[in-house]
Write a protein that binds this ligand. Structure first.
Ligand SMILES: Cc1cc2nc3c(=O)[nH]c(=O)nc-3n(C[C@H](O)[C@H](O)[C@H](O)COP(=O)(O)OP(=O)(O)OC[C@H]3O[C@@H](n4cnc5c(N)ncnc54)[C@H](O)[C@@H]3O)c2cc1C
Length: 232
């Protein structure tokens, strides 16, 4: 795809292209050998750490985050061109942080949540994942069954989530649950921020996906959260 971009953005895209050629493609053999032996198509910690260090040095970091967060505020068209370059290799890599969660936090997090989660996340000091999909519902929020109810001034959450990516490496999870069944998908679903290791947040099993990725099924059992864990 050819996209008209400003000269400074063209330079970033060229830099990404070189990064793919020089840093990611040389890892393809190791990644494919892992897949052939039944392991996930993923990078090992040392490989990822080296790549992240290089990204920081090159300024390939927080590319679509706002400038006050140390980001480059690249427009969507440039991000698309960057994604296209990254997909030239089978080596799985994204420039941190993965932006959908960052943008959700930017839009709705409270000032305290921004300080605790969003800032370190934008700096690459924390990782996160998002748990929406459910067995029997897929990505359809109208069928979501995970319930959050008020009990003694807290939220108590029960339910199951499936196909959640990046669970083992995440420091916190954005978890969606139904808080008002009458409204359901039309205003009755609330997002919570759950810290890793919170009692009641159980990783039930690893799921092998086509293409070598891994996702996870979660069993949420009497997970107690305070109001401060409601996102926004
Ligand atoms: C590699 C991989 C990683 C994933 N990572 C995550 C993750 O991190 N977190 C997570 O929560 N999930 C994750 N998922 C699950 C994913 O988001 C979907 O829930 C799952 O793949 C089911 O897909 P679907 O919604 O297209 O299928 P279905 O739920 O069967 O839906 C089929 C189609 O109907 C449409 N549809 C469904 N409900 C409605 C509706 N109410 N109105 C209009 N259209 C509707 C869907 O958009 C879709 O096009 C992952 C899936 C994969 C394959």
């Amino acid at each position: 795809m050819t996209i008209d971009v400003a000269e400074e953005h063209r330079m970033i895209i060229d830099l990404v292209e070189k990064f793919v050629d020089n840093e990611l493609m040389p890892l393809e053999r190791a990644v494919m050998e892992r897949e052939a032996s039944g392991e996930p198509v993923s990078l090992i910690k040392e490989e990822e750490a080296t790549l992240l260090e290089k990204c920081k040095k090159l300024g390939l970091w927080a590319l679509d985050a706002p400038e006050p967060l140390g980001g480059a505020e690249l427009p969507t068209t440039v991000m698309l061109a960057i994604q296209e370059r990254l997909r030239r290799t089978v080596t799985p890599f994204i420039f941190p942080p993965d932006s959908p969660n960052l943008h959700m936090l930017m839009d709705v997090a409270t000032p305290e949540q921004k300080e605790k989660y969003m800032r370190p996340y934008a700096q690459g000091e924390m990782k996160s994942c998002i748990a929406i999909s459910e067995p029997g519902a897929g990505g359809d929020p109208a069928q979501m069954r995970t319930r959050a109810v008020r009990e003694g001034g807290e939220w108590v959450i029960n339910g199951r989530k499936i196909w959640v990516s990046n669970v083992p490496s995440s420091d916190f999870v954005i978890l969606m649950a139904v808080t008002d069944p009458d409204k359901g998908a039309r205003g009755g679903i609330t997002a919570f921020v759950v810290d890793k290791g919170t009692a009641g947040f159980n990783v039930e099993r690893e799921i092998r996906m086509l293409g070598g990725a891994r996702t996870y099924e979660l069993a949420i059992e009497d997970l107690h959260l305070k109001d401060s864990q409601v996102l926004g």
